[in-house]
Design a protein around this ligand. Structure first.
Ligand code: NAP
Length: 255
């Protein structure tokens, strides 16, 4: 019997932001679907908590790294492939978010957000998809964008700038890497309950939270809603899907 199209059996998958929220759930979901997962994040304790929740914990590894230390990335990726084999999947979840009016933006802030949300992910992807590190059979790269990469909201200029950049850069990567059967897509969530969104929403008043909920016809999302979409995009079930932006938003953009 052939493999189920949605299995990730024995694929080597890297997940950034695996110490929290959506990245953590992506790592756990991939492990349940059979992947060997490398968890990437900065906070060692929270990486260990993710590892504890993984299926077959002994198969996976975690690497404590700040992805903005760009020069460390090539050796880190090489070390992984020399020991674990070729990579078939990458989920770029690491990121930061903020709400700031336009008049509060400085060039330093713009640079820092681009570095964390865009440059670090593109830099990592560049080394992961190099022909000496990525599976000859091809595979899948995913970037976590956001509905804010497609539409706007007050105070979201900085965030939208970085998330829109991921949507458009992915399309060119999809074209460039298609011949090697490497697919590149973005996933754009609405508001998902994670430490990131909680620090943004719950710090405001109850009415602000109610307003955000009302914007999502299916209510706020859970990390697994996004992780399941990412797992599909990693699997062979999506082998003819590339250069797309998959909206996973409980209906936020349907209005
Ligand atoms: N939650 C939402 O509502 C929502 C909506 C749309 C899009 N998204 C996107 O989904 C992704 C995950 O969001 P989340 O809600 O899961 O956020 P989260 O819980 O705050 O987690 C963010 C993750 O990014 C990692 N990270 C940040 N800067 C890093 C760096 N320089 N190097 C390495 N890792 C770094 C953090 O690692 P450490 O904690 O170890 O430092 C953490 O694991 C983000 O790209 C976010 O923009 C989220």
């Amino acid at each position: 019997m052939g493999n189920h199209p949605f299995t990730l059996n024995d694929k080597l998958v890297l997940v950034t932001g695996a110490s929290s929220g959506i990245g953590r759930q992506c790592a756990i979901t991939c492990s349940r679907l059979g992947a060997v997962v490398v968890l990437l994040g900065r906070d060692e304790n929270r990486l260990s908590e993710t590892m504890e929740a993984m299926h077959h914990k002994d198969r996976h590894e975690s690497v404590q790294i700040d992805l903005c230390e760009f020069d460390r990335i090539p050796a880190m990726v090489k070390n992984l492939t020399q020991r674990l084999g070729m990579i078939s999947g990458l989920i770029n979840c690491a990121g930061v978010s903020t709400t700031l009016p336009l008049n509060a933006l400085s060039v330093d802030k713009m640079n820092s957000f681009m570095e964390t949300n865009v440059f670090s992910a593109l830099n990592l992807t560049k080394y992961v998809v190099s022909s000496s590190n990525f599976s000859k059979e091809g595979g899948s790269v995913i970037f976590l964008s956001s509905v804010m990469g497609v539409v706007g909201a007050k105070g979201k200029t900085l965030h939208s700038m970085t998330k829109g950049a991921l949507v458009s850069a992915s399309k060119s990567m999809a074209v460039e890497l298609g011949a090697r059967k490497i697919r590149v897509n973005t996933v754009s969530p609405g508001v998902v309950e994670t430490p990131m969104s909680k620090s943004a929403i719950y710090s405001r008043n109850k009415e602000a939270l109610e307003f955000v909920k009302e914007q999502h016809p299916l209510g706020l999302g859970e990390p697994e809603d996004v992780a399941n979409a990412c797992a599909f995009l990693l699997s062979e079930g999506s082998k003819w899907i590339t250069g797309t932006n998959m909206i996973v938003d409980g209906g936020y953009l349907a209005k």
